[in-house]
Design a protein around this ligand. Sequence first.
Ligand SMILES: [Zn+2]
Length: 247
Amino acid sequence: MLEKAEGIVLRTFSYGETNSILRLFTREAGKISVMARGAKKPKSRLAAVSQPFVYASFLYYKSTGMKTLNQGDTIDSFRIIRSDIVKTAYASYLLELLDKLTEEQEKNPYLFELLLQLLQRMNEDDDPEILVRIFEMKMTAQAGIKPELEHCTNCGSTKGTFSFSVKEAGFLCHRCIFLDEHRLDIHPKTVELLRTFFHLDISRFGSISLKQRTKDELRRVMEAYYDEYSGLYLKSKRFLEQMEKWE
Ligand SMILES: [Zn+2]
């Protein structure tokens, strides 16, 4: 049976000398793998869509075994991301994080739209570092590790000055900070941004620009939090960290 889906190529794997297996994240069917026969031959009509980041419309045969790609029409290849090593590194991280936190064939159109819009913004001129932080914050729900962002994790107060506690998995108010000597004392604006990143619909965000200091705080929080709770090891993350050190 021939099926149609719009999707983004998360990863490609070589299969034999001329074939590729594409791992796609699709709007219609969630994460699926399809065999692109002959995609590595120079003149293959499947070659253009058999690369990471490509957003395309795919036609594939569904069978009990491996799905087979019949046709792929590129909608956007995100050329600007591809031609920029920094953007490529951030986008690779988005794709790897999504790949690690999703199961095969679990439909999630919300997550598809989120990924697509983040890539589109990255391909335009939005700050890739901020886009990655928004994604990490939103993905805490998908990972089942959402931190407490609405009030102090200890006393429940919504008023006061807040720090972020990895140990307590959320904010601690100034009256309760004694509970965690390793808490991250962040600027009130960073507290507000962490909440906003979680809640706000991405299509409603204008272009955001932040001071490097604020971006560093956001990174420290998300990095420490994911290290503690996600149990993930991401190759693209290691590369990003090295790159951030060079900058
Ligand atoms: Zn408190």
